[in-house]
Design a protein around this ligand. Sequence first.
Ligand SMILES: Nc1ncnc2c1ncn2[C@@H]1O[C@H](COP(=O)(O)OP(=O)(O)OP(=O)(O)O)[C@@H](O)[C@H]1O
Length: 309
Amino acid sequence: MPEPILTVRGVSKTYKNGPTALKSVDLTVERGEIVALLGPNGAGKTTLISIICGIVTPSSGSITVAGHDALGDYKAARRAIGLVPQELSTDQFESVLATVTFSRRLFGRSADGGHVEQVLRDLSLWEKRHAKIKDLSGGMKRRVLIAKALAHEPELLFLDEPTAGVDVSLRRDMWNLVHRLRENGTTIILTTHYIEEAEEMADRVGVISSGELLLVEEKAALMAKLGKRELDLTLVEPLDAVPDGFDEWHLALADEGHKLRYVFDAKAEETGIPALLQRLGERNIAFKDLETSKSSLEDIFVDLVGEKR
Ligand SMILES: Nc1ncnc2c1ncn2[C@@H]1O[C@H](COP(=O)(O)OP(=O)(O)OP(=O)(O)O)[C@@H](O)[C@H]1O
């Protein structure tokens, strides 16, 4: 088996005078994978990426990137990595071409104008190559960040919330680019708040919450878990308890007995809803309204956290 591109073992981080942002994270990523790290604000996603990229020092743990010890030999590890951060940190007075070429040289790569040109063309930046960064629109600046990260042909690319606040055309270009990079064998790790984004892009999805990597699973398996929906039936007469005869649906009461709630798998062939409605009719339990909703991201996290405990 080829060596994984990334191995993270027992990585924890407590910021000085701050919170414990990561709690003993283990993660192995194989070459050529696309992994999405899904988690709410403040979960620790950026901290984890920053540690792998050598920007933040972990409190404990070890990391290997492309065979290099990322803490001991961070320069070699960093050469294998491209990072697209959330925010622009680049010389505003330089031209696009100079900025991207400089990024490539910074990692000891030969000038190779051909590669830089390809990256700029892929990101629709070639026409703007002589423009100064400060004169670009926000979307164009994001493109420059991506071009910079790709300039030295990294094996492992990190995209930190790549589509937050990004317009449709950049989002589309970005996904096309990600697909092309993966065809060339680049490994990609992205962070996101959006389940849809993880679903669209990733081979595997890791869920991170309060500094813990709760699970890392194949996308299909996780999406099956996340495909839960709720059916809420607003009753004509409130109930004190879930009546007998409904065990198979695992119903719950909500809204002080005014609602019966059924959680079902939206992707299953049979949801069980017709049979449930029929049983309610047989038992003369009348309802005046019915609505379904997707479990929110928060519900899902609560669910996952609950399962682990
Ligand atoms: N430099 C820092 N000093 C102190 N605390 C920090 C620092 N950076 C992050 N934190 C804290 O560590 C926790 C994890 O933050 P992190 O930015 O890694 O989360 P995140 O999952 O990337 O969130 P977001 O989606 O909002 O970017 C948060 O509680 C945050 O406030």
